[in-house]
Ligand binder design. Sequence first.
Ligand code: HEM
Length: 594
Amino acid sequence: MTTTTSPAAKAAGGTADYLDQRTGLGAAVKGLSRKIFPDHWSFLLGEIALYSFIVILISGVFLTLFFVPSMAETDYEGPWAAMNGVEMSEAFASTLRLSFEVRGGLLMRQIHHWAALLFMASIVTHMMRVFFTGAFRKPRELNWLIGFTLMILGLAAGFSGYSLPDDVLSGNGLRITDGVVRSIPIIGSYLSYFIFGGEFPGQDLIPRLFIVHVLLVPAIILALVGLHLFLVFLQKHTQYPGGGRTNTNVVGFPLFPIYVAKAGGFFFIVFGVIALMAATMTINPVWNYGPYDPSPVGAGAQPDWYMLFLEGSLRLMPGQGTEWVIGGYTLSLNVLIPAVVVPGILFTALAAYPFIEQFVTGDKREHHVLDRPRNVPFRTATGVAILTAFFILVLAGSNDLIATQFDLSINDITWTFRVLFFVAPVLAFWITKRICLGLQRKDRELVLHGHETGRIVRFAHGEYIEVHRPLDDQERWLRVSQEPNRPLEIEPAEDSRGVRRKGYRKDVLRQRLSRIFFEDRVEPVTPAELAAAHSHGEHDALGSVHQTHGGANVPELDQAGTDGVPTVTAAGGGRRLAEPETPQQGPGADARNH
Ligand code: HEM
């Protein structure tokens, strides 16, 4: 047999050889390309964040070539007739030039803005995926903190960019920021003067924001994204529970060629979708708003979606009686609480969550297999409660639009949201927890009895019984492999000699907290229960079941399959009757089986 090598492959091989001989990187690249990554659609959310950031960088470089970061006044002369002769800053005039005179400028502006919105949306959904699946647990707490910092930097990048055109909306956003900064006791007014280079708006802010937006924040984001991905690589990616997946293996595909091809293709899909949105949907038409002027802002003015929660928080806070004058100094609680204290608490709790959970559960083990959200009801319910509060603030930030669109009283809407902000997260928490526990019970039921088929069979002695279809190996693995969560057990207060133990009070606190976390739970199916169901004739051939180091019950593994992926041998579940279930039944029977 002869082998032929194409000219392209030859050239690639020659180039690789040339580089390897000069850098010695061949071995490292080979190792990297063989690294196995697990597969799941939700892992694409982080990739979307990455790709939209790349699109932001490319389009941002283009915009930087034409944008003038100056607050110097000028009279507009250009093709947008509505603004002719209007006095505005150089920054606003250059944004108009970019939109109407630079070839492809408007498209680039819109690509940049849509990519920024997608960037923040993918960061938030990526963060939700990490939160709800417990991917932040040891050893990934550090990466959670890096990710959290990236999210804050994303907000900073978005807000500073939104403010650059110096239009009426962004100018008012800056005015609100000035108010928020000034509400900070003691240092507020000094801080405001420092940021704006004097009294708001001053002449310095746009050039300063420009440096923050095009240099400082992107450089830090770039460095942190590198570190973030390096840690994903170093710690290996978590995987969803499933047949053969354990804490010590990774089931997936190699980086090269599978993920390199997939990721390359996916980048162009993300770029394509952003370009399509930018080409067909107007975003931030500043030429309709006009240059910054504090007077014309009215109803319907909103920031980008990721800042809406802050806007909503400010709109919900009652003004009366919340501004105190103490010793000649004004304390503006009406701004301080909604814009600094509430987001401060929310963000600190979010950043610290992995450490809080670790303290409460006392769980110091490494986790490489993800949780199914239903199996950790307290965490899932907490996440849904936080999201509910966030969603209500977002809606509150649109209270004027809701009022005009649905012809409702803005006061009624505001009061409804005020009440909902406190009540809805509690309700959401309770409902989510109940749903999780219900789903866990359903899983138990399925493991022990199999799927209901709707087929009723009558025995010769007259008994009726419903035929249950056994779970397949994958289905069972998913439902029995979780680790049982129980409240912490602590040592007694006094040792054997009656001496009070140091650290007992802390342990009691942890135990109380862990009870809150785990008191409502559904125990996973134990081997004994599986065996009992089996011996009662409810299951067909049961595979052996053993206890893991963490106490979880997982079906035993066969040796690795041909592709290196272990296969599960446990079988059974469901009732076995004299007339076994076969997949080759008629179409009617099939329909009933599902
Ligand atoms: C610029 C923003 C971000 C980018 C570009 C980014 C990118 C990525 C990528 C590509 C992955 C691997 C694929 C995946 O699991 O989705 C990943 C994993 C991870 N990210 Fe992010 N991320 C960002 C922000 C965040 C945020 C805000 C958090 C949480 C606060 C976070 C926490 C994590 C963690 C803990 C992992 C490891 C997940 C695992 O192994 O299952 N990231 N990130």
